[in-house]
Write a protein that binds this ligand. Structure first.
Ligand code: HEM
Length: 213
């Protein structure tokens, strides 16, 4: 039977992040700083939306639903893969990888607000801190990007490892559905979707208007 695994907000945020992260990297490398800011604000809107959705969203999206204690994670990792109970949503180990990626993205976006390229472009909060702090933020902004790359490489390796074991996860992140038992928990949400839409629209508006201003 087909069961729903990921709702629209999770999928929209995921694929938005996948598109915007390389665009942020490309524009930063090429010195296209107006584009860099636009893409970064759009990415910020998606990350903020995903974090809000992690608090109020559907079952598989909510942090409280998928984050388990380190003891449970070790217990899960000690089991042979064939003995593990299939999860609807993130498994206990994958949940921490999700947290890691969202944290690294947040660090990247926050440090960017204070960073400077020492030529023409400064983040909107650059003047709120001392030049030493801004230099440190800029250093962290560059270093942290490498950590994001490492985390994404780990993410893709895990997906490949699952695929080699015959578990296909990618399709469900596209369609939202995969095959599963009828007893599987439903992806339910009572969250007011308009809150998320509002945050997203505010971020999109800001991302497109601010750099032109
Ligand atoms: C820029 C690169 C990427 C980043 C930053 C990223 C980030 C993430 C994050 C944060 C999640 C958790 C989803 C959530 O709960 O919101 C996730 C899950 C997932 N991602 Fe990615 N992702 C990237 C690339 C990809 C690519 C290229 C694919 C497909 C080939 C992919 C497939 C998936 C799948 C299938 C899941 C669900 C895993 C599960 O079942 O637990 N991701 N990704």
């Amino acid at each position: 039977m087909k069961i729903q695994v990921w709702d629209k907000v999770v999928r929209f945020c995921h694929w938005g992040i996948v598109i915007l992260l390389p665009l942020c990297w490309w524009s930063g490398e090429e010195g296209e700083m107006e584009w860099h800011q636009t893409f970064a604000y759009l990415l910020l809107a998606l990350v903020v939306t995903r974090v809000i959705w992690g608090l109020i969203g559907s079952d598989t999206a909510r942090f409280s639903h998928f984050i388990q204690s380190p003891r449970q994670v070790f217990g899960y990792l000690r089991q042979w893969p064939s003995q593990r109970t299939p999860h609807v949503g993130h498994n206990p180990a994958g949940a921490y990888a999700v947290l890691l990626i969202l944290t690294l993205l947040s660090v990247q976006l926050t440090t960017g607000l204070f960073a400077t390229d020492d030529i023409l472009t400064e983040g909107p909060l650059y003047s709120a801190v001392s030049s030493d702090t801004a230099s440190w933020m800029t250093w962290l902004h560059k270093l942290n990007f490498n950590l994001i790359l490492a985390a994404v490489a780990l993410h893709l390796t895990a997906l490949l490892a699952y695929r080699l074991k015959g578990v296909k996860l990618v399709g469900s992140m596209i369609t939202g559905y995969r095959k599963g038992p009828e007893s599987a928990p439903k992806v339910a949400s009572t969250a007011p979707a308009w809150v998320v839409l509002l945050v997203l629209l505010a971020g999109l508006g800001w991302g497109l208007i601010w750099p032109l201003w």
